[in-house]
Design a protein around this ligand. Structure first.
Ligand SMILES: Cc1cc2nc3c(=O)[nH]c(=O)nc-3n(C[C@H](O)[C@H](O)[C@H](O)COP(=O)(O)OP(=O)(O)OC[C@H]3O[C@@H](n4cnc5c(N)ncnc54)[C@H](O)[C@@H]3O)c2cc1C
Length: 489
């Protein structure tokens, strides 16, 4: 099934519990601080459902149609098809939404390509298969919370001196498990249908009750979503905060109080090692993070477009030193695009019949994005000068005839009207300076885990011996005659 935007909005009015500070939100699709992003997710569903994009955004299997992010890749062309569908969604959202319906769906799809990983006492391979089929049949938007809360690291918690806050199984019965505790940090939880709960970081064997990995609806009794401050709480006009109005996807801590999860929704239980392996011994991490890198590559293009508009609005576009800065940004974007394309070019086989994106290019790209994002933002900030701060507080200025006349006269520049210039700077500020932009800077540093973990993936997947052996071969040939072909040149 392919959900329409309208059906999607209806389906997330499911009675879930969302707290914003002390306020409980009844319906995220109509609440002023949440409805903008809800509309954007609905528009993504409509995009997927549009007849013109049918072959690009969906695939057919057994007489049914499913969203492309549920396609199990068997060939390089399948990887390309998945890539094109991700690109269509990231282009639509300018690369500014991290957790769209195609992210975690890709993770679950990746897990199904290595079912054997789950075939041991703590794994539930059949449940995984059924969950995958349920998700694609119902076009489910799933997010994840796969990190323990920071507070769970203190020695007092380990020594059981105070209550352990990390989510764990506190009881089991014939029907399932009971969960208590907290999980960090589900982006888009206010808008998704379901959430994957698990552990992407290594878990000590002694903490096996925390190993619980399951995919559950966000409206289960006892589960509450504690949202960070929404950025459009004051309901600013779209002109004044265009990205905040549409793309604030929310981040929620998930609090479990005696939440009962049926066995059918469990994919790992009581196996600390497996709870992490399912991301790295299957293509789950790779296939999901390819989507993230397509998104970042689209975001790089948004940055380039903005740099162009800003410098035209400041009048500095043709200054040689400024062109040099733009050229440097353009080179970075082209290089990053190539890293993403390389993930398809150097694809890898999975088992007998699956494929996934090339890991060296993937983890190299993730690391590059994580390290360079802040510097790129800073470059844009520098290009913008004090531009944003010279404009009136909001576009309400036009309601006052006298002020509007002065504004239109003095803030225009050459052929660009005052309002058009203000539109560019408001957009630019929301991209690089607002609360939403600042949150994105943290997101780009941490969404895939901490930097030391990403460097570790890069270390692990590098063929060090192959690279060293060409040096060793060269050293071994020091006193040998040059091979004929080379000596003749
Ligand atoms: C905006 C945002 C959205 C997020 N969305 C999601 C989501 O949807 N789902 C989800 O599961 N998670 C999400 N996360 C959480 C994310 O996965 C974690 O923030 C990330 O794994 C880092 O963990 P941490 O925040 O506990 O930081 P820590 O692990 O506490 O790291 C913080 C810093 O401490 C230092 N440090 C800590 N340990 C070490 C070490 N061993 N070696 C060296 N330095 C160390 C480093 O400087 C590191 O940067 C999100 C985070 C953010 C900021």
């Amino acid at each position: 099934m392919i959900l329409s935007g309208r059906d999607y909005l209806e389906s997330i009015r499911d009675g879930r519990t969302i707290y914003v500070g002390g306020e409980q939100i009844k319906d995220a699709t109509t609440h002023p601080a949440f409805r903008g992003a809800a509309q954007t997710f609905a528009a993504i569903y409509d995009l997927k459902a549009s007849p013109e994009l049918r072959d690009e955004m969906t695939f057919e299997e057994g007489g049914e149609r499913f969203s492309m992010h549920y396609l199990q890749p068997r060939t390089q062309e399948d990887l390309r098809r998945r890539h094109r569908a991700h690109r269509r969604i990231t282009d639509f959202t300018l690369g500014l939404m991290g957790r769209t319906p195609d992210t975690v769906a890709s993770s679950i799809t990746g897990m199904t390509l290595a079912r054997e990983v789950f075939e041991r006492p703590g794994g539930y391979a059949d449940n995984l298969e059924n969950i995958y089929r349920h998700m694609r049949r119902n076009d489910v938007f799933c997010t994840y919370a796969i990190v323990p809360p920071q507070g769970a690291r203190s020695k007092e918690f380990y020594n059981n001196k105070v209550r352990q806050p990390a989510l764990q199984v506190t009881a089991e019965d014939d029907r399932g498990v009971t969960l208590n505790g907290m999980k960090m940090l589900a982006t888009s939880a206010a808008y998704a249908h379901e959430v994957l709960i698990g552990n992407v970081m290594p878990l000590d064997a002694a903490r096996r009750k925390e190993a619980i990995t399951c995919v559950i609806p966000l409206n289960l009794p006892g589960l509450s979503l504690w949202a960070r401050r929404p950025f459009n709480r004051s309901g600013e006009a779209e002109f004044d905060a265009p990205l905040t109005a549409r793309y604030d996807e929310s981040d929620c801590m998930l609090v479990f109080k005696d939440v009962h999860v049926p066995w059918e929704k469990v994919i790992v239980h009581d196996d600390a090692e497996l709870s992490r392996n399912i991301y790295h011994h299957t293509p789950a991490h790779v296939i999901a993070n390819h989507q993230c890198m397509v998104r970042f590559s689209t975001k790089m293009r948004t940055f380039l477009g903005m740099a162009n508009l800003i410098t035209r609005a400041t009048g500095a576009h043709e200054i040689p030193a400024v062109r040099e800065v733009l050229g440097r940004l353009a080179a970075a974007e082209a290089g990053f695009s190539a890293m993403v394309a390389g993930q398809i070019e150097n694809y890898e086989k999975v088992g007998d019949s699956g494929v996934m994106y090339g890991r060296r290019e993937l983890y190299g790209a993730i690391h590059w994005a994580m390290e360079q994002h802040s510097a790129i933002i800073d470059t844009l900030r520098e290009l913008m000068g004090g531009g944003h701060f010279q404009f009136p507080a909001d576009i309400g200025i036009l309601q006052n005839e006298e002020l509007a006349e002065t504004f239109q006269e003095l803030w225009a520049s050459g052929a660009i009207s005052a309002v058009d210039r203000m539109r560019v700077f408001k957009f630019a500020w929301d991209l690089i300076g607002s609360d939403l932009a600042s949150r994105a800077t943290s997101y780009e540093k941490f969404f895939v885990g901490p930097a030391f973990a990403v460097r570790n993936y890069n270390f692990i997947y590098t063929p060090w011996d192959r690279f060293s052996s060409s040096i060793e071969d060269a050293m071994a040939r020091y006193d040998a005659p040059m091979p004929l072909g080379i000596a003749a040149q």
